[in-house]
Design a protein around this ligand. Structure first.
Ligand SMILES: *[C@@H]1O[C@H](CO)[C@@H](O)[C@H](O)[C@H]1NC(C)=O
Ligand SMILES: *[C@@H]1O[C@H](CO)[C@@H](O)[C@H](O)[C@H]1NC(C)=O
Ligand SMILES: *[C@@H]1O[C@H](CO)[C@@H](O)[C@H](O)[C@H]1NC(C)=O
Ligand SMILES: *[C@@H]1O[C@H](CO)[C@@H](O)[C@H](O)[C@H]1NC(C)=O
Ligand SMILES: *[C@@H]1O[C@H](CO)[C@@H](O)[C@H](O)[C@H]1NC(C)=O
Length: 301
């Protein structure tokens, strides 16, 4: 692209046309991303969750009386879910923005992104967890390599029968592999909805609960847009994927970490990982959870 700029005057018109074309294509992709009205219901918050700009933008807000939240209309059994979030700016200490997949009931499965706010200038913490059959306690936490309040960034969950991968702007930050062959449960039988919410968690979120929410800054607001679910929709006990699964039409259904992504993952884990339950031997005097010790390739995942 950069070489386009080193052009002669006679090429300038062509370049301008090219950029106009790019802009048009860009807007097509945007409208393709659809209307959040069609994908989500506002489930709580008494007017604090708002759909704006013809359903292209969603804001969730939190004040002393309440937070707010949404859930997807569809349930999914496997998919690649993308959502763009712009987190609470300024002093967001004590607030938590959650974006996750979850099934229902005491034996539920869940795949979590939680964004723990902080004082102005102090880093947001991305808290992740995976629940299988009602059991979680698989926390990994990360800082980000950018300011997540300055602009929208894409947070994705890839969930297929082989693996779960958490991505930030296409960079994998965490992998939870299917290790059922080693007796470790993997979420694959319960359909999940997509949820997002903003709520107060100043009893634990920021520096373990030391920093409280400053209500004089309320309302706190997070913005979401460009929801994309390349996913198998689960409806009346049937999956929309049960017939037609070719890897050309549904690459995400068989996607796994390739070598390039694995080295990106390593970069994140070496430079931005703050907490890893698999490395917390003190927490597990009787020994680490089984998925942490299966082998050395997987125990960082
Ligand atoms: C907030 O900033 C402090 C100080 O840099 C840091 O220790 C902490 O991990 C940050 N995030 C949260 C959620 O506490
Ligand atoms: C397609 O994928 C879904 C989800 O993994 C699976 O339940 C279904 O059996 C697959 N169908 C075929 C024909 O492979
Ligand atoms: C499978 O999906 C592709 C692309 O969505 C479509 O063109 C094709 O007709 C489908 N095949 C069947 C058997 O549904
Ligand atoms: C570790 O796990 C990976 C993926 O599950 C597998 O490919 C590899 O062979 C395993 N290594 C050992 C030493 O068991
Ligand atoms: C696995 O990791 C442990 C601790 O990090 C190390 O001591 C051991 O040599 C590793 N084993 C293999 C096979 O890499």
């Amino acid at each position: 692209m950069a070489s386009c700029f080193c052009t002669t005057i006679s090429n300038a018109k062509l370049v301008v046309e090219f950029f106009i074309l790019l802009l048009l294509l860009g807007s097509c992709t945007l409208s393709f991303a659809g209307n959040l009205n069609q994908d989500f219901d506002i489930t709580w918050g008494d007017g604090r969750a708002k759909l704006l700009d013809n359903g292209k933008l969603l804001t969730l807000s939190l004040d002393k009386a309440s937070g707010s939240g949404i859930q997807s209309k569809h349930e999914y059994l496997f998919g690649k879910i993308d959502f763009q979030l712009k987190l609470v700016p300024g002093n967001s200490a004590g607030t938590v923005t959650a974006y996750y997949l979850s099934s229902q009931g005491p034996m539920h499965d869940e795949i979590d992104f939680e964004f723990l706010g902080n004082l102005s200038g102090d880093p947001y913490l991305v808290h992740t967890n995976v629940y299988t059959q009602g059991k979680g306690d698989r926390e990994q936490q990360f800082y980000l390599w950018f300011d997540p309040t300055a602009d929208f960034h894409t947070y994705s969950i890839l969930w297929n029968p082989q693996t779960i991968i958490f991505y930030v702007d296409g960079t994998p930050i965490r992998v939870f592999k299917n290790l059922e062959s080693r007796g470790i449960p993997f979420p694959k039988n319960q359909a999940m909805r997509v949820y997002s919410s903003l709520w107060n968690a100043d009893d634990w979120a920021t520096r373990g609960g030391l920093v409280k929410t400053d209500w004089s800054q309320a309302p706190f607001t997070v913005s979401l847009r460009n929801f994309r679910a390349n996913a198998c929709v689960w409806k009346s006990t049937k999956s929309s994927c049960s017939a037609n699964n070719s890897s050309s039409t549904k690459p995400w259904l068989s996607e796994e970490l390739d070598a390039a992504s694995a080295s990106r993952l390593k970069w994140v884990q070496e430079n931005y990982m703050v907490y890893n339950y698999c490395a917390d031997a003190k927490r597990y005097p009787q020994g680490l959870p089984p998925e942490c010790t299966v082998n050395n390739t997987t125990n960082k995942n």
